[in-house]
Each structure stands twice: as structure tokens, then as C-alpha cells.
Design a binder for this molecule. Sequence first.
Ligand SMILES: Cc1cc2nc3c(=O)[nH]c(=O)nc-3n(C[C@H](O)[C@H](O)[C@H](O)COP(=O)(O)OP(=O)(O)OC[C@H]3O[C@@H](n4cnc5c(N)ncnc54)[C@H](O)[C@@H]3O)c2cc1C
Length: 443
Amino acid sequence: MTRRDEARRIVVIGASVGGAFAAAALAGHGRRITILERDELPAEPAVRRGVPQGTQPHVFLHRGLRAVEELLPGVDADLRAAGGVPLDTGRMAWLGEPGWAPQAPQYEIVSATRPLFEHVVLRHVRALPGVDVREGTTVVGLRVGERWSVDLADGTSLSADLVVDASGRSSRLPGWLAALGVPAAQVTQVDAHVGYATADIAVTPGRMAAPGIAFLQTPDRSGGLALPVEGGRWLVGAVGSGERRPGRDPEAFVDALRALPDPALADLVEGGVGHVAIHRQTANVRHGYERVRGWPDGLLAVGDALCAFNPVYGQGVTVAALEALVLRDAGPILRGDVGALMGRVARAADVPWRIATGEDLRYPAAEGTVPRATAAFSAWTRELGRLGAHGDEAAHLAIARVYHLMASPVTLLHPRLLARAAVARVRGYGPSTARPRVFASDP
Ligand SMILES: Cc1cc2nc3c(=O)[nH]c(=O)nc-3n(C[C@H](O)[C@H](O)[C@H](O)COP(=O)(O)OP(=O)(O)OC[C@H]3O[C@@H](n4cnc5c(N)ncnc54)[C@H](O)[C@@H]3O)c2cc1C
């Protein structure tokens, strides 16, 4: 493209959620978008090599599901039609650091396996005008001249005005940029060394009273979760950090669940565990591409390739969708403007990054120091959690809004919440929230 020309020929690297959302955001306006995907994509929802985390439970935050619906209207209905389970996160059995959270309505989400979610999203993206998905096509390098050349493993190349890297956590972009002589971006990493182990369990209809279970891990203890998914099944996961990372042995998996402060998850899986899938690539990793001097024009990175999160906060898919909304709202993409757009895309990860790293830096296994403001914010959030665990629904809902990325963290400093905390400090916190009914047979 010549100066002030619009990018019309776009190549997206990776056909997982980040690439699919970016393509959805950019489609139309006479653009031709080719998504290049290394894997052959399964005809039916299935875990695939390029997205190994597909075996693990994925929570799709309310803000993310709304963003996806804005980008691809109809995904929500199709997810439900394919067996995705709608549930109110406020009705789940939540056990946090200070105790049980109160039962009060929060946000509706649709719970489904990661492969089903991706499958539905991609079906919508394939139907968009000017979008083409090329499977079994691996990108091996980038060259830039008047236009971009995207080099493929079969020795051919594709030219483009705009290249979007959505190739995930294992993106090779840093190496490709080095080969182009572009200065390296600063990489910030906070690794709490969290591991997941997950089993897929058949649950008899009517057995559960809670629509889902979440035992949050803390620096001192492991956690776990259970979510209903399509096909009458539940994904039950154990989550631990450092030496407490759970293994793939089924008996050890049940033991890990049994060691949690409540027996519900162990009782849920008892006698029903077959294969256990583990995953340990969970560090928060952020590439500061937006701050690279001499960033080549016509290049963007999105999704995990730009910023990957510790998944326990359920943010990755939502952030990829929020980044895509930035692309959608950018209007015509002109030569010379893409560096600034990279900055706006990167900012979509700011708040989720602070939430995840502020919490993770408390873990003994994580290296690094927490900025003072982040530590104070994290401590205040825990104080609100404590109010919630003593029946304060407003405090609990305030945290949920921020964690679902529906409200700014600043809202947690509302004078009413400060006053509630002050009163609790003086008069006491009151009785703890009672354990909710998890199984229908619970009293
Ligand atoms: C254990 C675990 C649990 C998680 N739970 C949640 C959750 O509850 N909620 C949530 O929102 N997020 C969760 N996440 C995060 C979520 O999985 C990621 O944020 C999301 O998948 C990022 O999407 P992406 O498209 O950027 O990258 P990926 O999903 O990693 O996809 C990258 C794609 O690029 C392709 N590719 C790679 N290299 C090339 C190449 N050279 N050429 C062509 N194609 C290439 C790959 O095959 C793949 O299809 C979890 C992650 C993990 C590890």
C-alpha cells in the first residue's frame, strides 16, 4: 500500500480464538483476510495440538461473552444450542481465602468446553465476507518491503498490507522480528508455577444443587473447580502452585481434591475418574511490542502472542475479544497508523494484567516484587472478600464486577464499601456465610 492507503489484504497467523476474533473485527470494508493455521482443524469440536489447553476447563467471563456477541452475533445462541450450559456465577459454590461467598445473583455465563467454544466461533468467522481459513499451513518467517511477505513452511509466501500475529503463547514473533533487525520488545513474566489437572466426569442429572464449584487457590493451599459442559458432563480440575502442582495419576488426582478444605470436588469425582489431562504453561507473559522503537508498520500482535495470563482468573479469551473490539473500532487501517493501533490494543490487557500479576506475586513460587499500589489494591480486594465471606453481598458483587471485567477496579474504592469495612473493623465481621448446598442430597 502507498502512504495513507488502506490495508485491504490482511494475513492473520493462527485460527484459534485470538485469530478468529481479530478476523471478525477486521472483516468487511472490501478487505480480504486469510487466516493461516498450522493444524488441520477438526470437523467436530475436539482438542487439537496447537491448543493443548483445550483439555482444561475454560470460564468465559461475562464481559468476554458480550464482546464475542458484539463481534459475532449469534455465537451465544449457537453455544447454548450445542449444549453449552447457562449459569449464574453468583449461584456457584465459591470457597475463597476467607470462606464461602454469599449466594447472590451475579452474571450469566455459558459454560462449554474450550473446543466447542472455538468451533462455534470459527464457524461464524468462516461465514464472514472475504475471510478464508487455510489449514495445515505453518508460518515460518516474515519479510517486509513495500508490503509484507509471510513465509510458509512449504517454501511459498503470501503478501499482505497488514499481518496480525495470533499464534499464541508459543509465538515465534520475537525471533522473526530479530531476523528483521527490529529491536527486541521487553518481555515481562510473572510465573506462579501453576499447574492444572482435569478429568471429564459424567454427572447424573439432578445430582447437583450448585451450578458450578470453585475453590480458589491461595499462596497456602491448592484449589479446584468443577463446571458443567455440553453432553451432561462436568470438567473437574485441581489447581496447585509450585510443588503442589497436581499430576496426571488418577489416584493422586483424587487425593489432591480430597486434600482441599471441602470434600465436594473429591466426592463429585469419586469412582468416576478415567483420563486426567495436565497443563503447566501458565505464566503471565507480556510482550511490550507497543513500546518498541522502529516497530514495523503493518504488524500487530493479539491474544496470548501479545499477553498471556495465568488462567486461574479466566481472562485470556475475554482479553482477546476486547482487543478485537479495539481493531473493529479503529476504522480504516492506514499506513503509518498501525504502531499507534498496537498501543491501543495492548492497553486492553492493562487491567487484567494488574489483577493477575498483583495476585500471583504473593505466591512463594513467583519471582518479582509487587508494586506498592498493586499490593495495596490486592490487600483491599481481600478485605472485601472477607466482608463477602461474612455475608456482605454488596462487597462480594463489587469484586465479581471487576473480575468479570464489567467495572473498573476503581469502583472497589467506593465510599460505601470503605464505610462497610470500617464498621466491620469496629463492630466485628459477623457470622460467616454458610456452606451452600452443593449436591441435591445436601441438607
Ligand atoms: C490451563 C489453561 C486454562 C485456561 N482457562 C481459561 C479460562 O478459564 N478462561 C479464559 O478466558 N482463558 C483461559 N485460558 C487462556 C486461553 O486458553 C488463551 O488465552 C487463548 O487460547 C488465547 O488464544 P490465542 O488465539 O491467542 O492463542 P492460542 O489459543 O494458543 O492459539 C494459537 C493458534 O496459533 C496456531 N499457530 C501457532 N503457531 C503457528 C504458526 N507458526 N503458523 C500458523 N499457525 C500457528 C496454533 O495452532 C493455534 O491454533 C486458559 C489457558 C490455559 C493454559
